[in-house]
Every structure is written in C-alpha cells, then in structure tokens.
Design a protein around this ligand. Structure first.
Ligand SMILES: Cc1cc2nc3c(=O)[nH]c(=O)nc-3n(C[C@H](O)[C@H](O)[C@H](O)COP(=O)(O)OP(=O)(O)OC[C@H]3O[C@@H](n4cnc5c(N)ncnc54)[C@H](O)[C@@H]3O)c2cc1C
Length: 453
C-alpha cells in the first residue's frame, strides 16, 4: 500500500481526515496556498500540512474563523456573531472535535419555545395546536410539490396555491407566514420567493440534538488554526494559474505556490472583487452567478435584569408583517446572563441592515415591549451584525434559487486545471450553509488535491 493511502486509511479509521504531523508525507517541496482562514480553509490547510505539504493560508481579516466569529466585547459573555450551533451531533465532525478537545456544549430544545401573538398575548394551548396543524399542512404540501411538480418553483408559489385553495383567516395567515419565516427563511437565509422548493429535499443532516458553545464557537477555530502559517490582513485580489503554478496577489504582497485551495465565500466570488486569470470556466461562472447568497443577521441586547421567562430556549413573536423580530434565543437559559439574541433573515434583514444601530434597537425593543409590557427596561448595551455589508462575506450563507440544484453546487466545487481546488459551505452539496459542511468541503478539496498529484 502506498504511504499516502495508508495515511488516508488511518485517518478514516480514526474518524478524522487530519492525521498527526509525525505521520506526514515527505512531499515537502510542494507549496499550497489556501485562500481564506474560515473553517473550510483551516480544515484543508491542516490536512494538507499534516500530509507533508508546505501550506500558507492567506486571510483578509485580522482573525481566523470567517463566519465563525465569537465577540468577546462583553466581559464573561462570549457571543457568537456568526454560527452558533452544531446542527446534529451524531457523527458530526465538529462535535467530534469539540469532544476531543473537551469544549463544552449545551443542547437547544427547539420544542421549548414560547410564542407571543402580534398583540403581545401568549399563545394558548389551542394556538399551539393550530400552529402544529399548519406545520403539518405545509410539510405535506411542500412534500407533494417536490414529488409532483415537473419544474422547480419558489416556495412562495406553492404557498400562493395553498392560500388560493383554502379559506384562511388573517390571523391564521400570519401564523403560516411565521412558520415559513422561522422554519425556512431563518434556516436558508432566503426569502420564500427566492428559494427553490426542490432544494428543501436536497442535502443531508446529521442526527442527534443541536448544541451551542456557551464559551464561544471560536474554540473550534483555535484548535484547527494551531500550528498553521496564517497570514492575516492579506486581501487577495488576483489569482493567476497555469502550467507553472499559482500566483496570488494580495493588497500587500505576491505569493507563489504550486496549487491553491480557494475558500472564498459565494458572495465574494459573485462580487468579482477577486480576479482569476485565465477566467474561470463558464460552468463555474454560471454556478457562481446562479446560486444565491442569503442573509441572516443577529442583534444581541444586554439588559439590567431578566424580565422574560427563563424557562424557554426560544421566544417566538408572530409579528404583523412577516419576519419582524420573529425569533429570539434566550441566552439566559444557557448562561444566566440577562441577554437576548434576536434573529432576522431574508427581506427583513436586508431592510434592517440599512438602518442605524439606534433604529434597529428601537425596532427590536418595540417588539419586546409588545411581548413583555411597556415597562421593559432599555438595554444597557447591544451588538449587531451586518453580514451583507461585510466585505469578506457579502452575505451569511448560500442557498438554492429555483432552477439550481446539487449539480450547480458540484460545478462550483469542481477543481480547475489541476491547480485550483474549491471549498467552502457553498460547495458542500450534502451539507450546504453549515459549519460541518464547510469543514467537510475543506477535507474534500484536500483529498482532490492529493489525488491529482
Ligand atoms: C449569522 C450566521 C449564523 C450562522 N449559524 C450557523 C449555525 O448555527 N450552524 C452552522 O452550522 N452554520 C451556521 N452558519 C453558517 C456557517 O457559519 C458557515 O457555513 C461557515 O462558517 C462557512 O465557512 P467557510 O470556511 O465556507 O467560509 P468563511 O468562514 O466565510 O471563510 C472564508 C474566509 O475567506 C476570507 N476572505 C474573504 N475574502 C477574502 C479575500 N479577498 N482575501 C483573503 N481572504 C478572504 C474571509 O475573511 C473568511 O475568513 C451561520 C452563518 C452566519 C453568518
């Protein structure tokens, strides 16, 4: 058995593609440039370095982690501004990393959610029952659309058909929109009008519960970044590739390598801010253009005391207009700190990003005061994300608009000319838009690179 096959086998047997440095190949003289120190870039870099390549990671920000970003601005209250959860811990490589490094996690029980109506009244038992019925109806109808439609359409189109065929009161319609917003728009970061119904059936999931990191997701980043040569604040502008290798120009320097792993977020690829020469193949350019970059933003509010119920994991708000402060994570439930995390996604999030901080806080407080009374105190502090405006993300995570599918993502992932290898959440056909998907895509790109040696 060839040495590298042996290493791969060990990696497979130990459940990790990352083999310890002492087992490294003696390939040595090949230099690989990795663009982006998010989880995909770190996974690829760590793997390739452990296999014996010389690896340099080029990262535009002043930190590693990308869309995993723990703010430590508030003493003793680390807050995740990007990813929060490991979605499904059973055999999930991120959960395995957490376990291996004794990183504490806490389960989220999505059922443990208290929901409030537009006028502030808490849901009654019959409201919860109605919501559950609509949830079943929507699941059934979306399932029938996936099975029965010849052509892909948006989820909004399917919803319009339901609303045309059923007598639905205004209050019930609000409930349906609440469900579609919190269950679909928040998960896919896209408006139901922009989201493919067929995409609901794409991809896979790990089983088991979802967990958060009370002490921050960046602990996972630290584990992977340790020992890597990461050049921070190097904004890649130009990537040239050809028979002689790869030349990458940043705003500071020029790097020469034999091959490169590109983990730029879809939003950055779409923006054209990084130029490729020769231009990327048409199929890849079409995939970059056709896939969607979605938006999910967060607002953390810290209060003088906890004025909301401490028991639920989540608080829901069936707002008058779809998606306005519809979902809150009760941080107090996990850490005891008087902090609430409000999410907004898709169209509402795009509107919110245009507001000033004060307007955002006022709007969020109006919702909380409807839910919990006008006496609710003003927050002592806040932290707000604007992922669409972030120049090194230009959105939160990718989604599939109608007419795109797993093949579109495969085109985005495909290597180019034996020189460029692509990773990142948008290239993960099985686990798009997740940390574990991005991580696994980094391992896949490392394997592809190795296999084309
Ligand atoms: C608000 C939010 C909530 C989320 N919640 C979850 C969750 O709970 N669970 C989950 O599994 N996933 C979640 N996700 C998705 C998850 O964070 C991403 O799928 C994952 O982190 C993406 O990793 P990546 O390596 O593909 O991309 P990134 O982390 O974006 O890494 C790409 C890197 O490239 C760098 N870069 C960009 N441009 C340049 C340039 N020109 N030159 C050099 N470097 C550049 C970036 O700075 C970045 O570090 C969430 C994302 C967001 C934004």
């Amino acid at each position: 058995m060839k040495r590298r096959e042996f290493l791969k086998m060990i990696a497979f047997m130990t459940g990790s593609a990352i083999v310890s440095g002492c087992d490294a190949l003696e390939s040595g003289d090949e230099r690989i440039l990795v663009v982006g120190a998010g989880i995909a870039g770190l996974a690829a870099a760590k793997t390739l370095q452990n296999w014996g390549y010389e690896v340099i990671v080029l990262e535009a920000r002043d930190r590693a982690g990308g869309r995993i970003w723990t703010s430590r601005q508030w003493a003793n209250s680390p807050l995740d501004m990007g990813a929060s959860w490991i979605h499904g811990i059973t055999k999930n490589p991120i959960a395995e990393l957490a376990k291996e490094h004794n990183i504490q996690t806490k389960e989220t029980d999505y059922e443990n959610q208290w929901i409030y109506k537009q006028d502030g009244r808490e849901f009654s038992a019959s409201d919860y029952e109605t919501l559950a019925e609509y949830s079943r109806l929507l699941q059934g109808t979306m399932g029938e659309a996936i099975e029965g439609y010849d052509e892909d359409v948006s989820i909004q189109t399917v919803l319009n058909e339901i609303l045309a065929s059923e007598e639905v009161s205004t209050a019930d319609k609000r409930m349906i929109l609440y469900l579609l917003n919190t269950v679909i728009e928040h998960e896919y970061a896209a408006d139901i009008a922009d989201l493919s119904v067929f995409s609901l059936d794409e991809g896979k999931e790990f089983g088991g519960e979802d967990v958060i990191f009370p002490d921050g997701y960046d602990q996972i980043v630290k584990v992977l970044a340790d020992g890597l040569d990461i050049r921070l604040q190097e904004v890649v502008q130009q990537i040239n590739y050809g028979d002689d290798g790869v030349t990458i120009t940043t705003d500071w320097d020029v790097y020469e390598g034999d091959r490169a792993v590109i983990t730029l977020p879809l939003g950055v690829l779409q923006s054209g801010r990084v130029q490729f020469s020769p231009a990327l193949p048409n199929e890849k350019q079409n995939a970059i253009h056709d896939l969607g970059m979605g938006l999910l933003d967060k607002v953390y509010l810290r209060f003088p005391e906890i004025f909301w119920p401490e028991t639920p994991d989540l608080l829901g708000y069936v707002s008058q207009n779809k998606g306005e402060w519809a979902e809150w994570l009760n941080i107090a439930h996990y850490t005891g700190d008087p902090i609430l995390l409000g999410f907004n996604a898709a169209a509402f999030a795009r509107t919110v990003e245009t507001w000033s901080d004060q307007q955002i806080v006022d709007s969020a407080m109006a919702a909380l005061r409807t839910m919990f009374g006008q006496d609710v105190p003003a927050p002592l502090a806040y932290q707000i994300t604007r992922w669409a405006a972030d120049p090194f993300a230009l959105g939160s995570y990718s989604y599939q608009p109608p007419g795109t599918d797993g093949e579109t993502m495969a085109a985005l992932a495909a290597p180019v000319a034996g020189r460029l290898f692509f990773a990142g959440e948008a290239t993960s056909r099985a686990y798009q838009a997740t940390v574990h998907g991005a991580y696994l895509s980094g391992l896949r790109a490392a394997e592809e690179l190795w296999d084309t040696d």
